[in-house]
Design a protein around this ligand. Sequence first.
Ligand SMILES: [Zn+2]
Length: 248
Amino acid sequence: MNQIIHEIGNHLKQANHIVILTGAGVSTDSGIPDFRSAGGIWDTDQTREYYMSNHYYRNNPDDFWKKYKQIFQLKLAGEYEPNEIHDFLKRLEVEGKHISIITQNVDGLHTKAGSRHVLEYHGTLATASCPACGDTYPLTYVMNTDIPLCGHCSVPLKPDVVLFGDPITEHEKAEQMIEQAEFMLVLGTSLWVKPFNLLPEFAVYECNIPAAIINREPTAKDNLFDFVVHSELKKAISKLQNDLFHNN
Ligand SMILES: [Zn+2]
C-alpha cells in the first residue's frame, strides 16, 4: 500500500488542478452515519426510497418531514465538524493547488473545512426551498416547526437534498470540473449510486486523466483506476499527508 500511496502523492504534487470525488466514507469520522452501507440508517428501513422520494413529499408532506428529520438526524446537522480528511483537502488548496470537490455528501463539511470549490452533487441538508416561489430557508427555520412552511406562500418547503425521483441537476457542471483537472482522486465511496458513478469513466475515457481511488472496500469500478487502495480512509490520508507535507 505504501508504494501506491507514494505514487498517488506524486500525482498530487505534479498536478495543479485536481478533482476529488467524495462519498460517505469521508464523513464517517465526523460521526455521520453512512446512510447506505450495511448498518447505516437507510439500510434499516427497506422503504427508504419510498419515504425519501419526491412522490412521498408531494403526497404526504407532513409525514415526509417527520421521517426526513429522523433519517438525517437533522437536529444534529449543525453540530458535526470536519475531520482530518476534509482538512487534508483544504490543506492542498492552501499549498497552492486548485482543488475541485464533487461530493455526494449532504452535510456541508467540505465547505465548513474551508474548501472553496465544492459541488454538492446530491444537494444539501443546510437549506430547504419553497417549491412555489423558490425562496430558500436555513436549517434553523426548518427546525423551528414540525412541518416548515414558506412564509409567503404557506406551502410546505422542500429539502434541498436530492430526493429519490428528483432529477440530478449538477451532472454537467461536474463534468466541466473534471474537464479542467489533471488528476482525479476518489475517496470513500463505493461508486454504487448512478449517475455519480459515471464520473470516473468520464475522467478516464473522455478526459484521459489518471485516476486513483481510496476506499475501505473494493468497488465495481476499481478496474477503471490507475491506483487502487483498499484501506481505512483516515489511515491512507495520514500516510499521504506525511508523504506530501513532511518529506519535501
Ligand atoms: Zn413560497
